[in-house]
Design a protein around this ligand. Structure first.
Ligand SMILES: [Zn+2]
Length: 195
């Protein structure tokens, strides 16, 4: 089961805050560009034929305190049944992060994503954050990951807001990020432009 929500880049700035999403029309919203929310497997694959998919994600600072655990979890010789390497997504915040270790994770094949600059308190600040707040925090951290850890900008596609506090539509307007895992639902990835 995948808990990510994919926001199509083409819808990035389309809606003002608090405007209700349109109902999803399966005749219009079609793969690969669009998928309506559903607990049915994409592509009509039968449940008993679905492969098990496990997603590894980690939040917050990447530093020497945790790095040994990551190395033990993901040794180069540990692979998926199809022979592909096992990898994870690291949602990295700035404070206490050692960017040289972020670079090593990226070069080892893991996905690197933004988890804000400050990871500030209180938790409710994130719920009420404005577009410019979120842009400064989430894209600001994306910039740090590019500038200091040398992760190519095109490889930074994801975000996770601290404490999973969702800030409404302005969160989805943050430029250039297309994959948001701040919301967790027990259904497949779908196009959040529709309900
Ligand atoms: Zn966090």
């Amino acid at each position: 089961m995948v808990s990510s929500l994919e926001v199509s880049a083409r819808h990035g700035n389309a809606r003002p805050s608090r405007q209700e999403a349109a109902r999803c029309n399966v005749d219009v919203c079609r793969l690969p560009a669009c998928l309506c929310a559903s607990d049915a497997a994409p592509g009509g694959v039968r449940r008993d034929q679905l492969p098990q998919i496990v997603t590894f994600t980690f939040d917050d600072a990447v530093n020497a305190e945790m790095f040994g655990y990551y190395e033990r979890m993901f040794p180069p010789n540990r692979t998926n049944p199809n022979g592909c390497p096992v990898s994870a997504t690291f949602f990295v915040s700035h404070q206490w992060t050692d960017y040289s270790l972020v670079k090593r994770l990226y070069l080892a094949g893991h996905e690197i994503a933004s988890h804000s600059v400050s990871h500030r308190m209180p938790q409710t600040w994130w719920r009420n954050a404005t577009y410019s707040d979120l842009r400064r925090e989430l894209n600001g951290q994306r910039h740090q990951l590019t500038r200091v850890a040398a992760v190519p900008p095109g490889e930074l596609r994801g975000l996770r807001v601290p404490f999973l506090e969702v800030a409404g539509n302005q969160q989805f307007k943050v430029v250039g990020l297309i994959n948001d895992t701040s919301l967790h639902l027990s259904i497949y990835i779908f196009d959040i432009f529709y309900k």
